[in-house]
Each structure stands twice: as structure tokens, then as C-alpha cells.
Design a protein around this ligand. Structure first.
Ligand SMILES: *[C@@H]1O[C@H](CO)[C@@H](O)[C@H](O)[C@H]1NC(C)=O
Ligand SMILES: *[C@@H]1O[C@H](CO)[C@@H](O)[C@H](O)[C@H]1NC(C)=O
Ligand SMILES: *[C@@H]1O[C@H](CO)[C@@H](O)[C@H](O)[C@H]1NC(C)=O
Ligand SMILES: *[C@@H]1O[C@H](CO)[C@@H](O)[C@H](O)[C@H]1NC(C)=O
Ligand SMILES: *[C@@H]1O[C@H](CO)[C@@H](O)[C@H](O)[C@H]1NC(C)=O
Ligand SMILES: *[C@@H]1O[C@H](CO)[C@@H](O)[C@H](O)[C@H]1NC(C)=O
Ligand SMILES: *[C@@H]1O[C@H](CO)[C@@H](O)[C@H](O)[C@H]1NC(C)=O
Length: 798
């Protein structure tokens, strides 16, 4: 009987390499809670199942390359909402259904009859099959952004790019058949409206003109072409590509920046191989995509250049513009400080020249969006014309002496062609807020009696404690903490002569601002043909015991180096002359920008918050000797020409040497930002900076000062920002808090998160306050932000 048995099993054995281990039976489920929520193909080249989106606890239902380290996704279910944890997908005779934990359907295959099993095939196709193994549904017929060898796309088929590198929702580009021409177009996202196409197959390349295209074919041998009804081929520019599928994986993906690209990756390589580009259409999307509607490949206010087989996006001007979404270079840019007629009604030309500047850029153009052409102009006429015109965001001046004025947003930015002659783009930038309210200038110590009542609620404890502490301090002999000053040789600082600094600052003539220990002046050093601007801080004539502060500041910042800290370049220490030389920050202080008019935009404010938090984290935890700043406030944050915030003024910083992580010291800092423990007889820790950061974070969110003395009557409850913000948070009225700032309201999730983080930072009990490290993790979304308790609910024993 042995022989019939073998004969019986033979056909099954032949089937083994294809399907043997891959049949998914009816009623099978996958859940995001499973250890390994996936179904593999027999060769394990492909998997179908759930993929977590980074660490968001949200999932995709997807198919991906399983054996390569990148695990590239080639298909995903388009659900209208992200898939939460606890969701599951189930196979029934009617097909696949994806449900969330509440049991609501999030996605399903079109309703089917008599499904008998499902299988993840080695081609990358996931199929639902009937009992006789005919396919009732297949992922190959419902593609998202990628085609694989052996997959075809019929006349109704289409691909959508994904939205961004990490976001797999339907994006801005579409590949489709327009009757019988294959085209690529940009969409009026999020709708399906098609803008002008930027690529189409050329039917004339078929041998027979009247032969109609019938489908897009990705051959197993690797070539991609359009097959015609008559059996002909319409080739792409790569013409009869021959690929080796035994040694390489291939895929053709409509990228989120609109390029249809074929990639290859060696099979069986375990190391971190990445996909290499085989070929693509269109040839240069920066040039080929031009539509009077839509932004172009790189988003608004940016320009695109084709480098190393892919488009690279840059903001219209790197100083005055920044990415709308810092994680998405293709999402467009926006001016850091708003411009336009709403904010600049009826300003004099002198005033406009003060707050605006025209920046030149060579060989870029935004061909769409002109609203005026002025002939016979020279460059400076063109500049002025745009500068004085509140509608104008940029102008293009060309060699025919024409000035083309453009309104914002700029679209379709690209390098100019060689045949355009020389053109100069003039980009308008706001270099200064329009007006800065007087309240930015520090008024210390004057509390108007009328307001005292409303202040008392929050300050009474502090005030009493302050008095008590002052008394204690007066009665006690002063103890000066001894700080050993490390040699300045360690710090790489330049030592300047007083004479040199006097010349550089033109005898200390241009004042930039006033810090805690002295006045800051602008200085310029000429090196060759370059002018290097510096900020020179001349310290007040120091009392002998203040010598320590000078040395402290010098040795502590001298050794720091971080993007979000102002860099100390050098110093001068000649007898009574004590001077510090810093890098110069073009855009003044955070206070200047935050409390000026018009408000800086929301995304910029969020970046400010992140940058400052990074700087503080560095001071507290990442430099050799931890530093407590002790005077964090918007006046001590400087903004450089790229709108990067930098913490300055370490004049009050305490060096924490060795294990001396707590220090007792006299009250330092500025009222309104000072943590309650300064007024208590408890050691001061880095948490005082966390408190000040929290207050400042609220100011950044709301664009107003933490204490406003002259509130209109009826608005007194708003006077103390920290109290008012907590009330608004409890009443879920964040719209009131940001005064209906449209951008902030549209980003409500983040707005709420930032307010909650601020609430944690300003907890009266310093032990409840998070460390800067935790604050940073909360800001970056790495850890969740729990609901904050009332900042002052904790009554401490003094
Ligand atoms: C998969 O299921 C179908 C239908 O039951 C069956 O015909 C086929 O042989 C199965 N394949 C394998 C490899 O078990
Ligand atoms: C998600 O992960 C990718 C790859 O690790 C990373 O480049 C990207 O920044 C992450 N995205 C987010 C939003 O965290
Ligand atoms: C397989 O079954 C389906 C119905 O389930 C039927 O429409 C189809 O004709 C069958 N195919 C073959 C080859 O028998
Ligand atoms: C992807 O982007 C869209 C559009 O901005 C957004 O609505 C969606 O929430 C994003 N998805 C994820 C998972 O971030
Ligand atoms: C596509 O086909 C439709 C219907 O046959 C026709 O009306 C339309 O003009 C065609 N479009 C093009 C671009 O040929
Ligand atoms: C061109 O193709 C059409 C449609 O397939 C066919 O009817 C016609 O005979 C072909 N002409 C030639 C010259 O091959
Ligand atoms: C530009 O033209 C204006 C007159 O329209 C003239 O006053 C100005 O000097 C010219 N500037 C330059 C740089 O040629």
C-alpha cells in the first residue's frame, strides 16, 4: 500500500513551496494585542498584519517586506481614522473586516461570497479565495502606492502616493489612466480634484497609433510598460528594463513627492541594505510639475531642486521662513513673522523700511502667482515697489528690466532655466515686530495698589515668606558659597584687550540691551573682507565680592557648547574692565518677538519652546558641571537669524560642583518667574528653572506677559497668567487663552498638551515638578502628559 500513498501525496508536495503554510482559515483573527499580529508568506518574504506607527500606539493594517531590515510597507488599508490598539481583523466567508475595540468596523474588503480561505503569497499579493481557489479579492487589484513584479493595473486602477514619509494616508499625487493615457497628477488635497498632469505616457511610442492602452504591467522579468489592446507595448523612458528577480527585490512606488520610482534591493542580505533607485518618471519633477493651482512638489513658499535623483526642498529664504512641519520637508514653509496687509495697514514708508528687508536669491523663480508686471524698472525700484506694497511677498527682477510682483503664498518654486537669462528673486522678510509694547521694558517692583487685591490671592504666601526670609538673611551673617574657579585655559576663550573692544564697539555706542550685570553693546570685528558682529557685555563696576560672578560666568559658559545656548567667544579682564564677548543674535530677545505685534506664528512658538527646553536640559544634565540658570525669562532668551532661540545671561548661574546638587543662596531671578522655594528656607535645585520655564511656556503659548498690571476692568482675573491659564484649562476654554489664534486652535491637541506641561512645571511643590528631561520627553511626545493637578493645591509647610 505504500506506493499509492506516495502517488497521492505527490501533487501536494509540489504545491508546498507555494502555499502549503500560508492558508488562513475562516474565523482566523489578528489583533494588535497579539504577540506577532501577522500572517507570513511561505518564503517569509512578505507579511500581512498590523504594524505600529513608530511608538504612537496607533497601527496600520499593511503588507510589508518581512525579511529586509527596513520592513518596507507596500500596501495598507485606507482607514479614515488611525487604527487604535485593541483593534482586530477577522476572516469570514464575506471577506476581511477590521474593527476597533468597540466593535465598529474601520475597514473591510468589498462584501464577498463564499470566501473559503485567505493566503499571503510569495509575490506579495494577499488573496481571498473561493473553494476552487479562484481569487475573490486580492491586494494586487487594490494597490495603494506600490506595484510589485507580476502586478498589473487595469484602466480603472490607480496609485496614490502616501502623505509623508511616515504617514500612509492618501497623499497629494495620483497615477491613473485618463481614458487610455497613463498620467501623473497632483491633487487638490484632500479632495480628488486633479490638477494639470506632469507626466503622461506617449502613445506615439506604440507601434500602432490606433492601438489603445489597456493596462500597466510590471513584468516578472522586471520591465514596466503599458500594454495595448493589440498586444503592443508603450515604453517608459527606461525602455525594456531587464531586472534579475532571483537576486533582487523590486518595487515601483509613487513617492510622497510625486515621483514614480523603481527600486531594487539585494535579496538575502541581512545587513542594513537600503533600496537603490533603478529608474523613475518624470525626469525632473521640479521642472516638469507646473500647475497654476496647488503648491508644487515642495509645498508653498519653498523651492525644489533636483539632486541625486530626488527633489530637495528649501524654504524661500532660510532666515525668514521655516518649515510648517519641521518633520516634513515637503510640507512647505511659512514666514516666521507674519506679513501682509492685515498686519501692516497704513504704515509710512519709513516705518516699512524699518520692519522689512528684501533678500536677494539668485536663479530661483516662482513662475505662478504674479499680480503685476512693471517694465523699465531697475533692481532697486523693484525692491522698493515690493517693500512698500503690503500685497507683495516677493518679486522677480529679470534682465529685461521687468519687475514681476508676486503675492503669498509662493508656489511652484524651482531653479530658473538657463534660457531665462539672469533673474534675481527678491524675498520680503519682516526683520522686526511692528511695535513692541512698553511692558517689555522691565518695570521692577512697582505694584499698583488697585491690583494688589487680585494679586494677593496668588502672592500672599510668597510675599509673607519673602519678608520672613529677608529678615533671616539680614540677621544672619552672609555666607558666600565658595566656588573654585577652573583655569580659563580649559575653555578655549579668546582674551581681548580693552582697547580692541573699545574700537570694535565704537566706544560702546550702540546699546543692544541690559542684562543682569551690565549693558550689552553691538561690536564688529573685521577679519579680511568679513564683518563679524558680536555682542559685548560690559559688566558694571564690580564690587570686590562680585568678582566671583564674573569668573563663574566665564568658566561655566566658556565650556558649554549647545545650539540653544549663546556662545561666549571671549573676555577681557583688565583691572576694572570686565567685558564678555558673545556671538551676536540678530533678532533680539524672545520678549521682543513674543510681546510685539504682530504675534509670531504658532509653529515658530512651538519651536521656541522646544529649543529652550533642549538648552535647559543641556545645562541641567548634559554638561560637565550642571548649571542652574536661575533667571529664565523671555528677556534672557536671544533669537538668532534663523529664529533659533538661545539661552543667554548666565550671570546668575550657580555652578554645581561635584555632588553639590542643591545649593542655598540668596534670592535670585526676576519676579513673576521665581519659583516659590526661593522664599522658603529650603535648598534650591534645578527645579527652579523648571518653574520659570513653565511660566515662560505659558507666555509663549499666549504671547502675553505672565503678569499684566493694567488689565481693563472686568478682566482682572486675567492679570496673573498662571492662575488664569489653569482656570481656562479646567473650563476647557483654551480658545480664550490663545485669543482665538487660528493656527493654535487648529493644532488643538498640541496646544492642550503644552498647557498641561506648563501646569506641571509651575507646581508649587518642587518635588511634583518634572525634571527638564521629563519635560523634554513630554514635549517630544515620547511620554504621555498626565492631567496636571492645580498648581497651588499643595500647601507646603514653610
Ligand atoms: C488552501 O485551501 C484551498 C481550499 O481549501 C485548498 O484547495 C488548497 O490546497 C490549500 N492550500 C494548501 C497549501 O493547503
Ligand atoms: C518615525 O520613525 C522614523 C524612522 O525611525 C523616523 O525617521 C521618524 O522621524 C519617526 N516619526 C515620528 C513622527 O516620530
Ligand atoms: C470557482 O468558483 C466560483 C464561484 O465561487 C465560480 O464563479 C468560478 O467559475 C469557479 N471557477 C472554476 C475554475 O471553477
Ligand atoms: C497623516 O496626515 C493627515 C493629514 O495631515 C492627518 O490627518 C493624520 O492624522 C496623519 N496620520 C498620522 C498617523 O499621523
Ligand atoms: C475620454 O473618454 C470620454 C468618453 O469616451 C470622452 O468624452 C473624453 O473626451 C475622453 N477624454 C480624452 C482626453 O480623450
Ligand atoms: C492597429 O491596432 C488596431 C486595434 O488593435 C487594429 O485593428 C489594427 O489592425 C492595427 N493596425 C496595424 C497596422 O497593425
Ligand atoms: C533706479 O532708477 C531710479 C529712477 O527710477 C533712480 O533714481 C535710481 O538711481 C536707479 N538706481 C540704480 C541703482 O540705478
Amino acid at each position: 500500500m505504500a506506493i499509492p500513498n506516495i502517488i497521492f501525496f505527490l501533487p501536494l508536495l509540489l504545491l508546498l513551496p507555494h502555499q502549503a503554510f500560508a492558508n488562513v482559515t475562516l474565523s482566523s483573527t489578528l489583533s494588535t494585542n497579539d504577540q506577532n499580529p501577522l500572517w507570513l508568506s511561505p518564503s517569509q518574504d512578505f507579511a500581512f498584519g498590523f504594524r505600529e506607527i513608530n511608538n504612537t500606539n496607533l497601527f496600520l493594517l499593511a503588507i510589508w517586506f518581512y525579511k529586509i531590515s527596513e520592513q518596507t510597507i507596500i500596501w495598507n488599508a485606507y482607514t479614515s481614522n488611525p487604527i487604535p490598539a485593541g483593534s482586530q481583523v477577522k476572516l469570514t466567508a464575506q471577506g476581511l473586516t477590521l474593527t476597533n475595540p468597540q466593535g465598529d468596523a474601520l475597514w473591510n474588503t468589498s462584501p464577498l461570497e463564499d470566501v473559503s480561505y485567505a493566503a499571503m503569497l510569495d509575490t506579495g499579493n494577499f488573496v481571498l479565495a473561493s473553494a476552487n481557489s479562484s481569487y475573490l479579492w486580492q491586494s494586487f487589484n487594490n494597490p495603494t502606492d506600490t506595484l510589485l513584479p507580476s502586478q498589473t493595473l487595469d484602466l480603472k486602477g490607480k496609485l496614490y502616493s502616501r502623505f509623508t514619509h511616515n504617514n500612509y494616508t492618501k497623499g497629494r499625487f495620483k497615477l491613473y489612466f485618463d481614458n487610455t493615457t497613463l498620467r501623473l497628477s497632483m491633487l487638490g488635497w484632500p479632495t480628488e480634484s486633479l490638477y494639470a498632469n506632469y507626466f503622461s505616457t506617449d502613445a506615439s511610442s506604440a507601434a500602432n497609433y490606433s492601438d489603445l492602452a489597456s493596462r500597466l504591467v510590471f513584468e516578472e522579468k522586471g520591465d514596466i510598460y503599458v500594454a495595448t489592446e493589440g498586444g503592443g507595448r508603450i515604453e517608459f523612458r527606461w525602455k525594456k528594463l531587464v531586472l534579475d528577480v532571483t537576486r533582487y527585490y523590486y518595487r515601483a512606488t509613487l513617492e510622497y513627492y510625486g515621483v514614480f520610482t523603481i527600486y531594487s534591493l539585494p535579496r538575502g542580505s541581512n545587513d542594513n541594505q537600503v533600496w537603490s533607485i533603478v529608474s523613475y518618471v518624470p525626469e525632473n519633477i521640479c521642472k516638469d510639475l507646473l500647475s497654476d493651482l496647488g503648491s508644487g512638489c515642495c509645498g508653498y513658499n519653498s523651492y525644489c531642486s533636483w539632486e541625486n535623483d530626488r527633489p530637495i526642498c528649501r524654504c524661500a529664504n532660510e532666515e525668514g521662513y521655516s518649515l510648517v512641519d519641521p518633520d516634513n520637508p515637503f510640507g512647505g514653509c511659512q514666514p516666521n513673522l507674519p506679513l501682509g496687509c492685515e498686519v501692516d495697514e497704513a504704515l509710512s514708508q519709513e516705518k516699512l523700511e524699518e520692519v522689512y528687508e528684501m533678500k536677494e536669491a539668485r536663479n530661483v523663480n516662482w513662475p505662478e502667482g504674479d499680480y503685476e508686471r512693471l517694465d523699465g524698472y531697475n533692481l532697486s525700484d523693484c525692491e522698493k515697489s515690493c517693500l512698500y506694497d503690503c500685497n507683495c511677498g516677493a518679486a522677480i527682477f529679470n534682465s529685461a528690466n521687468q519687475c514681476w510682483k508676486k503675492r503669498l503664498p509662493l508656489s511652484n518654486g524651482r531653479p530658473t532655466g538657463t534660457d531665462d537669462g539672469t533673474t534675481t528673486a527678491l524675498i520680503k522678510l519682516r526683520i522686526s515686530p511692528l511695535s513692541v509694547p512698553d511692558s517689555v521694558v522691565e518695570k521692577d517692583g512697582v505694584v499698583e495698589p488697585a491690583l494688589l487685591g487680585s494679586l494677593i490671592a496668588s502672592l500672599v504666601v510668597n510675599t509673607l515668606l519673602a519678608a520672613a526670609v529677608l529678615l533671616v538673611l539680614l540677621l544672619r551673617p552672609k555666607k558666600i558659597v565658595k566656588v573654585s574657579v577652573p583655569s580659563l585655559v580649559e575653555t578655549n576663550l579668546h582674551s581681548f584687550t580693552y582697547q580692541a573692544l573699545k574700537e570694535a564697539t565704537m566706544d560702546f555706542s550702540e546699546e543692544l540691551g541690559r542684562g543682569s550685570f551690565g549693558i550689552v553693546y553691538r561690536g564688529t570685528f573685521k577679519t579680511g573682507s568679513n564683518n563679524n558682529d558680536v555682542a559685548v557685555k560690559r559688566l558694571d563696576r564690580l564690587a570686590p565680592e562680585r568678582e566671583k560672578e564674573f569668573r563663574t560666568e566665564l568658566s561655566s559658559i566658556g565650556k558649554t557648547c549647545h545650539k540653544n545656548l549663546v556662545r561666549l567667544i571671549g573676555f577681557c579682564d583688565e583691572g576694572v574692565h570686565r567685558v564678555l564677548v558673545y556671538e551676536c543674535m540678530n533678532n533680539g530677545t524672545l520678549a521682543h518677538i513674543l510681546f510685539g505685534q504682530p504675534k509670531p506664528n504658532w509653529n515658530l512658538r512651538v519651536r521656541f519652546a522646544l529649543g529652550i527646553a533642549r538648552g535647559l536640559l543641556y545645562l541641567h544634565e548634559e554638561c560637565d558641571n550642571p548649571i542652574i540658570h536661575c533667571d529664565i525669562k523671555p528677556q534672557n532668551i536671544l533669537i538668532d537669524q534663523h529664529f533659533i532661540p538661545k539661552i543667554s545671561d548666565f550671570g546668575l548661574a550657580k555652578l554645581l560642583l561635584g555632588d553639590q546638587s542643591k545649593t542655598k543662596t540668596m534670592i535670585r531671578g526676576t519676579r513673576g518667574y521665581v519659583a516659590p522655594e526661593w522664599f522658603k528656607n529650603v535648598p534650591v535645585t534645578a527645579k527652579v528653572d523648571v518653574y520659570s520655564f513653565g511660566v515662560m511656556l505659558l507666555e509663549i503659548i499666549c504671547c502675553r506677559r505672565s503678569v499684566v498690571m493694567d488689565m481693563d476692568s472686568g478682566e482682572e482675573e486675567k492679570a496673573i497668567l498662571t492662575d488664569w491659564a489653569y482656570d481656562c484649562y479646567l473650563e476647557r476654554r483654551l480658545d480664550v487663552l490663545v485669543e482665538n489664534d487660528k493656527e493654535a486652535m487648529e493644532d488643538e491637541g498640541r496646544l492642550k498638551k503644552l498647557v498641561m506641561i506648563a501646569m506641571w512645571c509651575i507646581q508649587e511643590n518642587h518635588e511634583i515638578r518634572p525634571t527638564m528631561k521629563t519635560v523634554m520627553q513630554m514635549l517630544e511626545g515620547v511620554v504621555d502628559v498626565p492631567n496636571p493637578p492645580s498648581p497651588s493645591s499643595f500647601t507646603s509647610c514653610a
